[in-house]
Ligand binder design. Structure first.
Ligand SMILES: Cc1cc2nc3c(=O)[nH]c(=O)nc-3n(C[C@H](O)[C@H](O)[C@H](O)COP(=O)(O)O)c2cc1C
Ligand SMILES: [Fe+2]
Ligand SMILES: [Fe+2]
Length: 385
């Protein structure tokens, strides 16, 4: 798909609706797009390349956009293969093109291409400008957003930010598609671990007058730029976005689920916003999104072979790795012959920064008892308190 962003900037966006998992891990039921851009002045530049799965359409669109013009520069902002798999394709289509990229990207490129790529590369660093005779691309080091070599670039004359993976989202190229729904799960799972590095870049971007943001995934953003920046400010600081309770549970036979549903009913009765996630049937990336979005969380899980239900173990490992912090959390364990899942959940949570485990910690012996019902009501009060 080709779309004019300004007179001098053209988007080439290829949809990958058939692939079921992004990064071999995250379900993308609504697909994803890989975006590249052509910037034209006296000189021409291609910004990034697309995923290997879209090479055919992408090359056809690229030729249509250039319409016979020579390509002078190939800017590589990010070496992850969803954007760099076609470097070889670009070199064979445009022999003599200069690759403009970071020093760390040259090393990665040489690894991926299995040859020394440095003779083909012009290395740029923070503050360098690529003058295309008209458009001027100013480079911004964006280390760890999302890999160490990442750079963004800012087209100074029209105020267009090429933001690499930042501000991208899952989902189709459809401006009516809700950015938040695709962008939050994308951010939390893919960039979420690197909040301090995101904040470092956000503070640099505050010096720019940004009219449009052109990410490598999802739509070009051309209105309410402060709104998108504000979401990234909240997420990268690990502050909750929404007051409410994420209720995350595992249940083998329905008893722990019953406790989760009771808790949900009580919390909603008190006017609280909740999101209930069944970890057995929901991909962990959605549970992680809920955990980081809300100000509070309750985790409920059965004991399993002297340990913790593996789905909950994986979830807590995941959010710990992504720096889950500064939240109130409640714990409900279930066990039939030696309840121990609560101990393991508490161990995970105890290793996270500023996580407060609220009372009562509840033990269900197989089925929810009248005593458990009273405890669940008490937990609803304390998690909101
Ligand atoms: C495969 C399996 C292993 C279990 N291992 C333990 C265990 O080690 N200790 C224990 O107290 N209960 C164990 N349980 C029982 C569960 O912790 C839980 O009490 C029971 O499944 C009822 O809860 P549920 O209906 O939510 O699944 C196990 C259950 C299953 C299915
Ligand atoms: Fe990436
Ligand atoms: Fe990407």
């Amino acid at each position: 798909m080709i779309s004019k962003i300004t007179d001098r900037i053209t988007l080439i966006s290829e949809a990958d609706p058939d692939s079921d998992l992004f990064e071999a891990r995250y379900p993308i039921p609504e697909g994803i797009t890989y975006n590249t851009y052509v910037v034209e002045g006296e000189k021409t530049a291609l910004l990034d390349a697309a995923d290997a799965g879209t090479t055919g359409e992408w090359v056809a669109d690229l030729k249509r956009v250039l319409d016979g013009r020579r390509l002078d520069y190939f800017v590589v902002h990010h070496m992850e293969p969803d954007h760099s798999a076609n470097i070889g394709t670009v070199l064979s289509l445009f022999p003599g093109v200069r690759i403009v990229t970071s020093a760390k990207a040259v090393v990665m490129m040489s690894q991926f291409m299995n040859r020394d790529m440095s003779p083909l590369c012009d290395v740029v660093r923070e503050g360098d400008v690529l003058d295309l005779g008209g458009p001027r691309l100013r480079f911004v080091d964006a280390m760890m957003v999302h890999w160490p070599e990442v750079m963004m670039s800012y087209e100074e004359t029209e105020g267009v930010l090429f933001s690499a993976d930042a501000f991208g989202r899952f989902g189709p190229y459809d401006p009516s598609y809700d950015w938040l729904s695709g962008a939050r799960r994308y951010y939390m799972n893919i960039v979420g671990k690197f909040g301090p590095m995101v904040r470092r870049v956000l503070s640099k971007l505050s010096a720019f007058d940004i009219a449009k943001i052109c990410p490598l995934h999802g739509c070009v953003l051309d209105s309410d730029i402060p709104g998108y920046l504000a979401h990234y400010d909240v997420w990268s600081s690990y502050r909750p976005e929404t007051e409410g309770v994420a209720i995350i549970y595992v249940s083998f036979y329905g008893n722990t689920r019953r406790a989760a549903e009771m808790l949900d009913g009580i919390l909603r009765g008190k006017g609280a916003e909740t999101q209930v996630v069944d970890l057995v049937r929901t991909d962990v990336s959605y549970a992680l999104e809920a955990a980081f979005r809300y100000s509070r969380m309750v985790v409920l899980a059965p004991s399993y072979e002297g340990g913790l239900a593996p789905q909950m173990d994986a979830f807590l490992t995941d959010i710990g790795g992504k720096m889950y912090q500064s939240r109130k959390v409640g714990i409900v364990e279930n066990g039939t012959f030696g309840p121990c899942s609560g101990k393991f959940m508490a161990k995970h949570l105890g290793g996270m920064e500023n996580v407060e485990i609220v009372e009562p910690r509840i033990t269900i012996h197989s089925a929810v008892s009248p005593e458990n019902e009273a405890q669940i009501a008490a937990l609803a009060d304390s998690i909101l308190g």
